[in-house]
Design a protein around this ligand. Structure first.
Ligand code: PLP
Length: 429
């Protein structure tokens, strides 16, 4: 019989018997032919259907005319249509003039921003970042694997900064940023961080606003991807770094990003970038070579469908109603099956798209592998750290949104079983 006693308090004999029982169960599950995916933060089909009617909101030529009289079907408006800027301005608390409404992906805008800095520098740079022998980025981890991939692909050295329950370890951020002129940036997901679901505390945001950096052209890449993605009520509100930085006399330090990928359609949503006047002037002077403008018809579709920032906020409640039972199912299974054994820790997020599970050191890869063999796909172990290397090999990112509730229940059952096997194996040595 599988035990519910703390593994760390079991004798070796007890652990051996436990492992034998777990392996028997594993063999049974191997016959089920499962194919379940908890690897990527994709909305489920029912979430996508919530916004289906958006596809029909533009039907006449008149629907395509912006409030300043421009035809969205034609070239123009590099930085986006004013009515879309207004909605994002309300949503993010940033003036319209400091917003560029872009194409379908904020990740694309982030990649372009770093690549542009490598080629041209940012406002205030003495030379392009690519002209240094080496530049470095601070990477709070666990973090978003695709941020790290941008650095790796552009040859930017990554320095891991541990996450705390208030956000990145700010003592370390301040020390590293102040001491090295080649430290040029930091990645932050300040609200419902990917994967921990942490909201940065007011003090963390204030310390970012006042950050003293050796580099005159240091930038905080503030990826506010989950700005309205509350699942359990309103959640704790995030202090506005754009305002705080301006008030601290540091307005150029922030580049903020967001998108409607997980509000409307991932891949067919609308992305935004926000920055100071100085930054936007420099960015637009280069962007205008790259494109004549983004997809304004899609921007207009979003404006007509949501109407306002409040329209988006109430729409997000519908997403929350779909996501909440899924998060509940994962968290309940962890509480019931893992908590008593003393082999796992996690933060219970109040929004966002992920749950981050920390197992005993040295067991995440093994758990991932055991799950894969049973047909349960997780985000690759290690992916939440720079270079794909989790120094303690303990973190797994769970994305509960895509599977159906039934699939999710089965998948979490397997995950708990595999976590137990990996931890029992580890303790036996
Ligand atoms: N930023 C974070 C933190 C994410 O988790 C994701 C997707 O999972 C993205 C950005 C991607 O955003 P977009 O679809 O706007 O490119």
């Amino acid at each position: 019989m599988i035990s519910s006693k703390k593994y760390t308090e079991m004798t070796e004999g007890e652990l051996e018997r436990e492992l034998a029982a777990l392996r028997q169960e594993y063999e049974r599950c191997a016959t089920l032919g499962l194919k379940l995916d908890m690897s990527r933060g994709k909305p489920g089909a029912d979430q996508l259907t919530l916004t289906q009617d958006m596809l029909g909101v533009i039907s006449t030529p008149q629907d395509c005319i912006t409030e300043n009289g421009l035809d969205c079907r034609n070239y123009g408006l590099l930085d986006g249509i004013p009515e879309a800027k207004r909605i994002f301005s309300d949503l993010l608390g940033i003036p319209m003039q400091n917003i560029i409404v872009g194409g379908n992906s904020s990740l694309n805008m982030m990649y372009d921003s770093v690549a542009r800095a490598m080629l041209y520098g940012v406002y205030g740079s003495v030379k392009p970042w690519g002209k240094y022998d080496k530049i470095k980025f601070l990477c709070p981890a666990p973090g978003y694997d695709r941020h790290f991939a941008i650095c790796q692909s552009l040859g930017i050295e990554m320095i891991t900064v541990p996450m705390t329950s208030d956000g990145p370890d700010m003592d370390m951020v301040e020390r590293l940023a102040a001491s090295d002129e080649t430290v040029k940036g930091i990645w932050c997901v300040p609200k419902y961080s990917n994967p921990d679901g942490i909201i940065y505390s007011d003090e963390t945001v204030r310390r970012f606003a006042r950050l003293k950096t050796a580099a005159k052209d240091f930038r905080i890449f503030w990826d506010n991807a989950y700005c309205v993605h509350d699942i359990y009520g309103e959640g704790v509100s995030l202090l506005n770094l754009f305002n705080e930085a301006a008030a601290a006399g540091n307005p150029d330090i922030i580049m903020e990003f967001a998108s409607t990928s997980k509000i409307s359609f991932p891949g067919s949503g609308v992305a935004v970038m926000c920055a100071s006047d100085n930054n936007l002037r420099q960015i637009k002077s280069i962007m205008t070579i790259q494109t004549i403008g983004f997809d304004k018809l899609n921007q207009m579709r979003h404006v007509k469908y949501f109407g306002s920032a409040d329209g988006i906020r109430s729409h997000m409640k519908l997403h929350a109603d779909i996501l909440r039972p899924k998060f509940d199912a994962v968290l309940a299974a962890f509480r019931e099956k893992l908590a008593p054994l003393g082999i796992a820790e996690w933060i219970e997020p109040k929004g966002g798209y992920f749950i981050s599970l920390n197992l005993l050191d040295g067991t995440a890869k093994r758990t991932y592998e055991l799950c894969s063999k049973l047909g349960v796909t997780l985000t690759t172990a290690g992916a939440t750290f720079p270079y794909g290397i989790d120094p303690r090999d303990r973190n797994l990112r769970i994305a509960p949104s895509y599977p159906t509730p039934q699939e999710l229940t089965e998948a979490v059952e397997i995950l708990c079983l595999c976590s137990k096997i990996a931890c029992a194996e580890k303790l036996i040595g």
